[in-house]
Design a protein around this ligand. Structure first.
Ligand SMILES: Nc1nc(Cl)c2ncn([C@@H]3O[C@H](CO)[C@@H](O)[C@H]3O)c2n1
Length: 234
């Protein structure tokens, strides 16, 4: 039991999938795991533990934004011993060749600020994915035939009124997509020597203005969860 997670010791698996939305955690757990039990409901940020192909897995909501994810990931690592943490979530496409329903595997995650900025001060730390997870995720995506892009993403602190010049520079430098959590996940994994990866599905597009129809969201999110699970247990 921690300040924000009500799970008992041993309720959280070493491998944790982290969707932002707690209801997506429930859906993913009920769809992909066996012997599922709810292990957290504090503040409605639902978490579930079960097994996938015999492997213990926890799926815990992280909330939206790096401050929220930072609270859950700190407690999952420090109090529950999580070793492998994979964000599964949605993102906004930022390149013409990145289409709706494509999967983006975040090799790096750039930010303007993050909850770790006060630690790094003037250091521009480069938050990067764990190579073994990234390699396995690419193999899983290729095996599934899922259109996938591997590269840098941007972890923003805002969903609305993003600075136009920021988006312009991110696109200019090849950033594939924008979301709001991955960079802090990578910084915490680096700090505590854990493995982390962000597997994202493109639900919106900043250039075309397209957005995924709700009926397509669930199926495309399913591919992302399968890729994440196969990456964790290749
Ligand atoms: N800034 C931002 N912009 C776009 Cl176009 C997004 N598409 C999906 N997300 C993710 O979905 C949530 C916002 O809807 C956040 O958790 C964020 O990670 C996005 N976040």
């Amino acid at each position: 039991m921690t300040i924000h997670i009500g799970a008992a010791p041993g309720d959280i698996a070493e491998t944790v999938l982290l969707p932002g939305d707690p209801y997506r955690a429930k859906w993913a757990a009920e769809t992909f795991l066996s012997d599922v039990r709810q292990v957290n409901a504090v503040r409605g940020m639902l978490g579930f533990t079960g097994t996938w192909n015999g492997h213990p897995v926890t799926i815990q909501g992280s909330g939206m934004g790096m401050p929220s994810l930072s609270i859950y990931v700190n407690e999952l690592i420090r109090d529950y011993g999580a070793q492998t943490l994979i964000r599964i979530g949605s993102c906004g496409g930022m390149q013409d060749h990145v289409g709706l329903r494509d999967v983006v595997l975040a090799m790096t995650a750039s930010t303007v600020t993050s909850p770790s900025s006060t630690i790094f001060r003037e250091v521009n730390f480069a938050p990067g994915a764990d190579w073994s997870l990234l390699r396995a995720a690419v193999a899983a995506a290729e095996a599934k035939g899922t259109r996938t892009h591997v590269g840098g993403i941007y972890s923003s602190d805002t969903f609305y009124d993003e600075r136009p010049d920021l988006n312009e520079q991110m696109v200019r430098h090849g950033i594939l997509a924008v979301e709001m959590e991955a960079a802090e996940l990578y910084m915490l994994a680096a700090r505590y020597g854990r493995r982390a990866l962000a597997v994202l599905t493109v639900s919106d597009h900043l250039i075309t203005g397209e957005a995924l129809a709700s009926e397509h969201r669930e199926s495309s999110f399913g591919d992302m969860v399968e890729i994440a699970l196969n990456a964790a247990f290749p």
